[in-house]
Design a protein around this ligand. Structure first.
Ligand SMILES: [Fe+2]
Length: 129
């Protein structure tokens, strides 16, 4: 479970709102993980990963547009981090996930939360510093 903190805010409303939506997606993954009523979570996991991929692609484009608009000099390196995140999500082996769903969902969730918090605090906030 991840809770939005004011400290995550970079002061650009549009981007902050998109980051909040990413936090919501991570929390959806958490809800699925802790749910012990579902016997098979595979479809839910696939759905969340698809949503995460689609939304991050959209969000990263907005953020990259913003960096260009303000002439941010860290644009190129920042864009590489975005690309690596999307590639990591795309590279998740769904067959392996299906076999041990909770184990992989926990790993995915940890990855998303760690990446998101670190990226926002260290890289995104640097854009508006
Ligand atoms: Fe970013």
């Amino acid at each position: 479970m991840i809770t939005w903190k004011d400290d995550y805010s970079m002061g650009v409303e549009k981007i902050d709102n998109q980051h909040k939506h990413l936090v919501e997606i991570a929390n959806k993954a958490y809800e699925v993980l802790k749910n012990d009523i579902y016997v098979d979570k595979f479809d839910k996991i696939v759905e969340i990963l698809k949503e995460l991929e689609d939304y991050t692609v959209y969000h990263f484009e907005s953020e990259e547009e913003y960096m260009k608009e303000i002439g941010y000099d860290g644009y190129f390196l920042h864009k590489i981090e975005h690309k690596q995140f999307v590639e990591k999500i795309k590279s998740i082996d769904l067959n392996k996930v299906d076999v041990e769903q909770d184990k992989h969902l926990l790993e995915i969730l940890n990855f998303i939360v760690d990446w998101l918090v670190k990226h926002i605090l260290e890289k995104d906030k640097a854009i508006t510093k």
